[in-house]
Design a protein around this ligand. Sequence first.
Ligand code: SF4
Ligand code: SF4
Length: 117
Amino acid sequence: MNINQKIKLHNRLYDYADKLIKEHNPCKIKNGKCIRGNFCCYGCKYLTENGCSTKCLWCKLWLCVHLRRQPEHRSLILKLRKIERAARKKRLIIERGSGEDLIRYLKNYLQLKNSGF
Ligand code: SF4
Ligand code: SF4
């Protein structure tokens, strides 16, 4: 699988995870607050006044401890873990990263792999 194909797969998995999150709405965001209080995006360079400015799969798959402890989210968590396993196999998971960050990461990884490391 080349880098373009990996990016396409990343975006497909992202869209699927995004759909699941919208359907389940675990964070219940209202008036600038989530169910836990403050958003977990605090301090991220991709956070803008209008929310997240990139597509990061890792963030779509991540739920805070507050949500992970609630039995009502069990089926959502299982679905997200399935997506995560597929993404990790193809090295598509980077924390708080943009599409460009992912391309850089994949290029470095492939360079190292091809050089025998
Ligand atoms: S994952 Fe948790 S901390 Fe992050 S927005 Fe949702 S409820 Fe808030
Ligand atoms: S990259 Fe992740 S942590 Fe950063 S603003 Fe977007 S969703 Fe939040």
